[in-house]
Design a binder for this molecule. Structure first.
Ligand SMILES: [Mg+2]
Length: 205
């Protein structure tokens, strides 16, 4: 159990990196359906599977994945408390980034749909071609270089195990946004919140 002081020291860090889908948005990706559509074996990491194929085999699947992910844009809805949290972090002068296994192009369009594009500088939005996919910590290393800070000064916020592993692998703090409130990966989680609203509510004054 984290002490109030430890909790506060994490929340006062000034460099926050967010996962996109299911963290800033309500979850719409059904990965088992996507696996099925692409012929990816059950329980297998989709990007890892595509990376294991030859270029010729992988390309049509990448195209299909892009199509599926573009289609999902129409169903994008902001996670509760999103705008309030973004405003609050901006007011504090925090630097904000995105690290997503989606493409950068879809990430930019998603942020636009959500109306929060202005909170992120474009160089701080990393898609799956900009850095090795999570849980590889490289994306966080790149952001920390850009921000001229150290990875252990970062906070990684996400809804899935890959996000938390990425944070741990980089030596960053982790915040798990888990609507179910079950927090399945306590060993990877520094702070657990059910919603962005709750995260906003625990920010120190
Ligand atoms: Mg996610």
């Amino acid at each position: 159990m984290m002490s109030a002081g430890e909790l506060e020291s994490i929340l006062l860090r000034r460099h926050w990196v967010f996962d996109l889908d299911g963290t800033l948005t309500l979850p719409v990706h059904d990965f088992s359906v996507i696996r099925h559509a692409l012929g990816v074996p059950k329980g297998t990491d989709i990007l890892g599977y595509l990376a294991s194929l030859s270029q010729e085999e992988a390309q049509p699947l990448h195209d299909r994945l892009h199509e599926i992910e573009s289609g999902l844009l129409e169903r994008i809805e902001p996670a509760p408390g999103l705008i309030r949290l973004m405003e609050s972090l901006q007011r504090r002068g925090y630097r904000l980034g995105i690290l997503t296994r989606n493409t950068r192009e879809i990430a930019l369009r998603t942020l636009d749909c959500l109306g929060i594009g202005a909170y992120f500088s474009e160089a701080c939005i990393l898609g799956r071609s900009d850095a090795p996919p999570k849980p590889d910590p490289e994306g966080l290393f790149r952001l920390s270089l850009q921000w001229e800070t150290e990875p252990h000064e970062l906070v990684m916020i996400g809804d899935y195990i890959f996000d938390l592993q990425t944070g741990r692998n980089a030596g960053a703090a982790t915040i798990h946004v888990d609507r179910s409130g079950t927090y399945s990966w306590p060993e990877l989680t520094d702070i657990g919140v059910e919603t962005l609203d709750e995260l906003h509510s625990i920010l120190p004054d």
